[in-house]
Design a protein around this ligand. Structure first.
Ligand code: HAM
Length: 417
C-alpha cells in the first residue's frame, strides 16, 4: 500500500481478538470504578487549547506533543493529550463544586500525544482514569490508588507495588527547588542539553531525565524539605495503603511529567516494561481547577492508566474468557432458515452466527471449529418436523432437539453428555 494511505505513525488498528480483550478491560475498569462510586464522565476529545496550557507550558505534552489546529471558525483547538485538565474544565463549567463533595468521576477514551514512537509510546493511546474532587484528606489519595490497584488486580496483575512520593506544596517546595538547582548547577557541564534547559524552566523535571540518571543518585531528597503538613499527609497515606494490604515503595525522585501536581505523586510499573514505562500514574493537584476559573480551593486527586500497556503486560497470561459463540450451520437449500434461527438465538441473548458463504456442511463445520464450541444444524426432515441437530465440537456429542427446547439445552452445559 502506498505510504500516504497507511495509518499515521505511532497509531494502531486494534483488530480482534485484541479489540475484544480491550473491550473486556474497559468493562472491568468501569465496573470496578462503579463499585468505588466513580461514575463515567465523557468530555469532548478536543478542547480549546488554553485548557491544556494549564497542564503546564513547560511540560512535554504541551510544548512539543500537542495536536493543535485552528478550525474553520478560527478557534484554536487541541486533541486531548490527557483527561485531567478536561475533567477539571467540566467540573468547573458544570458547577459540580456545588454538589455534595467529594465528587467521584472516571473516564475512558483516546488521548493524543505526538511522542517519538517507541515501544509502549503511541501517538494515540487509550486511558482509563479516575478523579476525585473536594477532599484534602489522605484518605482521598488512598482511595484513588486503591481503585487503580483493584483494576490492575482484577485484570490479573498480582500484588502491584505502588511507587510513591510527595513533591511537597507551595510552602516547602521552593526551598527544595533551590537546593536542587544548586546541586545541578555544580554539575552543569555534565548535564545533557535538555537538562541544561530544564534547570531554568522546570528544575524538578531534572530528576525525570532518562540520561542523567547517575547524577540524580546523589541529588537532595525532598523528604528532608517537607513541611509538617506534607510530611503528615505522606505518612498517613502510606499507613492507609499498607493497612489495606498494599505494597508501597518510597521513590524520592519520582516527580512525574505534568506540572499541576502537589504533594502526592504515584506510579506503578510492570517488570516486563522496565522502570521508564508506567502502567498508571497520578497524583494530587489541588490548584488545577482554580486556574480554570474554579473556586479558590478545589482539592483533587486522580490517576490515568494506559490500556495498551495493561494489555501488553497481560499478554502472556491474559486469558479472559471470550463469550462462547454458536455456529448455525445448514444443509444445502436451508440458508434462510439458518439465518432466521441465528437471529432467534441472538434475541434470546446468545452469541450466534450463520454461514453467509453458501458453503457445504463439511466446510461449515471446519469453519465452526475455528471459532465456536457448538454447532446447530438446520435442514432436512428434522427441520420440517420442528427439530434441529446440535453438535458439541469439543467431545463430538450430537443430538436432535425440538426447536423450542434449543435455547434451554444450550444454556445447560451439563447436557453435553
Ligand atoms: P500520564 O502519566 O501522562 O498521566 O499518563 C497516564 C498513563 O497513560 C501512563 O501511566 C501510561 O500508562 C499511559 N500513557 C501515557 N502516554 C502514553 C503513550 N504515549 N502511549 C501509551 N500509553 C501512554 C496523565 O495523563 C495524568 N492525566 C494522570 C492523572 C490523572 N493525574 C491525576 N489524575
Amino acid at each position: 500500500m502506498c505510504a500516504e494511505f497507511q495509518k499515521p505513525r505511532g497509531t494502531q488498528d486494534v483488530l480482534p481478538p485484541v479489540s475484544q480483550k480491550m473491550e473486556q478491560i474497559r468493562h472491568i475498569a468501569l465496573d470496578c470504578a462503579q463499585r468505588f462510586g466513580y461514575l463515567l464522565v465523557e468530555t469532548p476529545v478536543f478542547e480549546q487549547t488554553p485548557v491544556f496550557l494549564r497542564v503546564g507550558e513547560s511540560t512535554d505534552i504541551v510544548q512539543h506533543e500537542r495536536y493543535s489546529f485552528t478550525d474553520n471558525g478560527g478557534v484554536d483547538l487541541t486533541l486531548r493529550p490527557e483527561g485531567t485538565a478536561a475533567i477539571a474544565r467540566a467540573y468547573v463549567e458544570n458547577g459540580m463544586y456545588n454538589q455534595p463533595q467529594p465528587v467521584r468521576m472516571c473516564y475512558y477514551g483516546p488521548m493524543f500525544r505526538r511522542e517519538r514512537p517507541s515501544a509502549m509510546r503511541y501517538r494515540q493511546h487509550t486511558q482509563f482514569g479516575a478523579e476525585l474532587y473536594g477532599s484534602v484528606q489522605p484518605e482521598a489519595d488512598a482511595e484513588v490508588i486503591l481503585l487503580a490497584c483493584a483494576v490492575v488486580e482484577q485484570i490479573g496483575l498480582a500484588d502491584p507495588v505502588i511507587r510513591l512520593n510527595s513533591i511537597g506544596c507551595s510552602e516547602c517546595r521552593p526551598a527544595y527547588r533551590e537546593a536542587l538547582i544548586l546541586y545541578y548547577q555544580q554539575r552543569h557541564d555534565q548535564l545533557c542539553q535538555d537538562c541544561q534547559k530544564r534547570m531554568n524552566t522546570n528544575p524538578l523535571r531534572l530528576l525525570d531525565c532518562k540520561i542523567d540518571v547517575a547524577i540524580r543518585e546523589r541529588a537532595p531528597d525532598i523528604a528532608a524539605f517537607w513541611c509538617e503538613d506534607c510530611a503528615t499527609h505522606y505518612r498517613d497515606l502510606t499507613q492507609l495503603l499498607t493497612s489495606c494490604g498494599r505494597q508501597v515503595s518510597r521513590e524520592p525522585f519520582l516527580v512525574r511529567g505534568l506540572d499541576y501536581y502537589n504533594r502526592t505523586v504515584f506510579e506503578i510499573n510492570h517488570p516486563s516494561m522496565g522502570s521508564q514505562v508506567a502502567l498508571f500514574g497520578g497524583g494530587r493537584y489541588d490548584g488545577l481547577a482554580t486556574t480554570l476559573d474554579g473556586p479558590k480551593s478545589t482539592p483533587a486527586v486522580g490517576f490515568g492508566m494506559g490500556i495498551e500497556r495493561i494489555l501488553s503486560a497481560m499478554e502472556e497470561n491474559f486469558d479472559l474468557p471470550l463469550m462462547s459463540r454458536i455456529y448455525v450451520a445448514h444443509l444445502p437449500g436451508f440458508e434462510a432458515p439458518s439465518l432466521v434461527l441465528a437471529e432467534e438465538l441472538r434475541r434470546k441473548g446468545f452469541a450466534a452466527e450463520s454461514d453467509l458463504m453458501n458453503r457445504s456442511l463439511k466446510a461449515q463445520l471446519r469453519d465452526a471449529g475455528r471459532q465456536s464450541g457448538v454447532v446447530v444444524i438446520v435442514g432436512g426432515r428434522e427441520w420440517e418436523q420442528g427439530e434441529v441437530g446440535v453438535k458439541w465440537l469439543e467431545n463430538g456429542v450430537q443430538m436432535t432437539v425440538k426447536r423450542e427446547e434449543l435455547s434451554d439445552l444450550l444454556r445447560q452445559p451439563e447436557e453435553k453428555g
